[in-house]
Design a protein around this ligand. Structure first.
Ligand code: HSE
Length: 408
């Protein structure tokens, strides 16, 4: 019998207990022994839960129990979860988590601690919810130089953008729905300001760079709060969707990682990911494009990835090779100012085309196929001749800018 504990009985923690109960027999068959949730640590009580008898608020019940060799951390955040994770790993207990904030902030230390204590720190569920991406990137695609990762990695913002595009919903009501469905972070800013996506792309970038740590807080990040229904109108007319993309690129100019809303052609596979679905396209120099698609948030989907990690850990308890060593490597990313982009720029109608040309000298510019009333719209940098730095300088010439959206 393999005993585990769950730390934090929120949406995902509860999902973990439910998945194990639901698939108890097949999990036991696969492992050759029963997988049992022995304790659930939470400061709250859950008298109506079928798992109520397992709930404890005493951390010793988990950390001092030698029978519990695997701990699921679904507390979230980087404070108590950090302390408990260190405590568990130091005691030689493998930790499995969906906590992207903790992994992206303290991954270097925690992976090292796991290796030192001959156990594992596993976080498949931290990116893409139920979609397998960490292990495929680290293992199955290990032979490749990863040239690009482009992903819709936040279910809440994808849900909001889909509702705005398809049903004309306003931003606030779409956010409320996503929260009610259990997709959103406790603090909605983490979703809508792109912080959650920033953490996820930092984790994927670190793996793509063979463990050279990418600090999420240093990534150029734009959220979706400025996206309007008029932007959606432009997208429709351009046969595109607006998606919050988290991107890693590694080319001759260096490695870049960033998060921003993009116009994505409806013909691109990423544009097909709607609602809470996530999609991640990885481009490797041997494999070409590989696409990962599925439910990126929610109780059972995320729990599916967590329990998968638990089973892997149960089968290979002392193997320290699930995650390569992560290490501090200084500034592994090139300055975002050097990154080449193209954008849709919407300006008030009274701005002349000459003024725009002067603001963006020697940069390719063409009028957008569609212009809403009272506006002028341009596509800039389509020839690959504009950097973020040039965009920023050009925009300084205008007092009023209606919107700027990057084009994928
Ligand atoms: N708030 C996150 C999302 C949860 O919406 O994708 C899953 O990480």
């Amino acid at each position: 019998m393999k005993s585990i504990a769950i730390l934090g009985f929120g949406v995902v923690g509860c999902g973990v207990a439910e998945v194990i109960a639901m698939n108890h027999e097949r999990i036991a068959k696969r492992l050759g022994e029963e997988l049992v949730v022995k304790k659930i640590l939470d400061i709250r009580e859950f008298p109506d839960s079928p798992f109520a008898s397992l709930v404890t608020n005493k951390k010793e019940d988990v950390f001092d129990d030698p029978e519990i060799s695997i701990v699921v951390e679904t507390i979230g955040g980087a404070r108590i979860a950090y302390e408990y994770t260190k405590m568990a790993l130091s005691a030689g207990k493998t930790v499995v988590t969906s906590n992207k904030e903790l992994v992206s902030t303290h991954g270097v230390e925690l992976v090292k601690l796991a290796r030192e204590n001959n156990c594992n720190y596993l976080f498949e569920a931290s990116v893409g919810g139920g979609i397998p991406i960490i292990r495929p990137l680290h293992r199955c695609l290990a032979a490749n130089k990863v040239e690009r990762i482009a992903g819709i990695v936040n279910g809440t913002t994808n849900y909001i953008l889909t509702q705005m595009a398809e049903n004309g919903s306003d931003f606030d009501s779409a956010l409320k729905e996503a929260q009610a469905k259990g997709y959103a972070e406790q603090n909605p800013s983490a979703d809508i300001d792109g912080i959650d996506a920033q953490r996820k792309i930092a984790i994927l970038s670190t793996i793509a760079l063979d463990g050279a740590y990418v600090d999420p807080t240093k990534l150029f990040t734009v959220g979706i709060t400025a996206i309007t229904t008029k932007d959606m109108e432009y997208a429709r007319e351009m046969n595109a969707s607006i998606k919050l993309l988290a991107v890693f690129e590694n080319d001759d100019e260096g490695a870049f990682a960033y998060v921003a809303p993009h116009l994505v052609s409806k013909e691109h596979p990423l544009a097909c990911a709607n609602d809470v679905f996530n999609a991640i396209m990885v481009t490797g120099n041997a494999v070409g494009d590989a696409m990962f698609y599925g439910q990126g948030a929610g109780k059972m989907a995320t729990a599916s990835a967590v329990v998968g990690d638990v089973m892997d850990a149960a089968e290979h308890e002392t193997r320290d090779a699930h995650v390569a060593e992560w290490f501090e490597a200084g500034d592994v990313l090139a300055p975002i100012e050097k990154h080449h982009i193209s954008v849709l720029l919407r300006l008030p109608a009274d701005v002349s085309e000459d003024t725009v040309s002067e603001a963006f000298p020697e940069i390719s510019m063409q009028p957008c196929v569609y212009e809403a009333e009272g506006e002028k719209a341009f596509i800039l940098g389509k020839e690959g001749d504009m950097t973020e730095a040039q965009l920023a300088v050009g925009l300084e010439s205008f007092e009023n800018i209606i919107s700027v959206i990057r084009i994928f």
